[in-house]
Design a protein around this ligand. Sequence first.
Ligand code: NAD
Length: 283
Amino acid sequence: MGEILDGKAVAERVRAEVGGRVAALAERGIVPGLATVLVGDDPASRVYVGSKEKGCAALGMRSFGHRIAADVTTAELVALVEELNARPEVHGILVQLPLPAPIDADAVIQAIAPAKDVDGLTVVSQGRLLAGRPGLRPCTPLGIMRLITETGVPLRGAGAVVVGRSLLVGKPIALMLLERHATVTLCHSRTRDLGAVVRGGDVVVAAVGRPELVRGEWIREGALVIDVGINRTADGRLVGDVEFATARTRAAWITPVPGGVGPMTVAMLLANTAAAAGAGIAA
Ligand code: NAD
């Protein structure tokens, strides 16, 4: 029976580390500041932004909340981002996705200055990751890498199978695993015989958004399984992209849903904001 990889516990440790960095920055007169931009009144987005702002406050960082009506134009949002780019007390800018139609979300994201791109979603940040240069990395993949590190499972030479190729999770986690010398296979909706590919994975990362798409019987004995998916079933339960109960009987380590990758994402956003404030990141 696989061990549960407890994202809540690891996220608490990350938050404590970030708290230490915030204290060190305070000695240099710097208080990390995160600007949040929430457009419209989607209840889930409101909860996510609220937890990010609370996370900042708990660690002695500032947050600057911007609540914007859904009828805002793309040009107005880009202008807001440009204003935040110029404000010295703002070290990170978080535009909560998804943005309501017809806003051009990509235009808004790309307007964020790379030095403040704490979600790591601009083409500059993604390009830096691809090129192996320092930069701000997307929070969910960063959190996944931290979880993997906590297990002590070696990545060098390991077979890593990533299911899902989004810019938010799949592509960047594939690059980060590659950076750590795993042999990476990136699967997606057109992949033939997904089960056969997943069976080759010493590490499996599922980021699809389809309940229990990854069957437990596909998991190699002793594998490390990271389940990014958050899916609500018809009867109101939250389930991941992996068939958890069966997968756990075969895996050495597995993340639960909820309580696995989810808590890590906010913790890494706080870490990125402190890093951006520390100015380790080139503009
Ligand atoms: P997305 O919809 O942008 O991408 C899904 C990917 O899955 C696509 O690349 C697609 O090719 C692939 N896919 C779709 N059907 C497939 C199939 N049958 N077989 C193989 N691949 C298939 O999603 P995303 O933004 O990457 O998010 C994925 C999931 O992770 C969602 O459930 C989302 O809610 C969750 N998520 C969780 C966190 C967190 O903090 N825990 C963060 C981001 C996303």
